[in-house]
Design a protein around this ligand. Structure first.
Ligand SMILES: [Ca+2]
Ligand SMILES: [Ca+2]
Length: 82
């Protein structure tokens, strides 16, 4: 690996870590019931559509868990947060 590619890899790793940390899923759970509703998601993601919510809600129970949000964020399913 050349120094140039090593630097690029370091930047990509850093960028990925930063993007992953952007969504603090536990902070989205406003009422503290352990899951995040569409209303709670809209407080952080005003641009979120019902289709996007459904795509992140992998078990289709109508609520998002921290795991679902983190997976959805990593997959680029969430819009930019405010
Ligand atoms: Ca909640
Ligand atoms: Ca769910």
């Amino acid at each position: 690996m050349t120094p140039k590619f090593a630097a690029l890899a370091a930047v990509l790793t850093l960028t990925g870590a930063t993007a992953f940390a952007e969504v603090d899923a536990s902070a989205l759970d406003i009422d503290g019931d352990g899951k995040v509703s569409m209303e709670e998601m809209l407080a952080e993601f005003p641009e979120l559509t019902a289709d996007q919510f459904s795509a992140v809600d992998t078990d289709a129970d109508g609520f998002l868990t921290v795991e679902e949000i983190e997976a959805g964020d990593a997959a680029g399913l969430l819009p930019a947060s405010e």
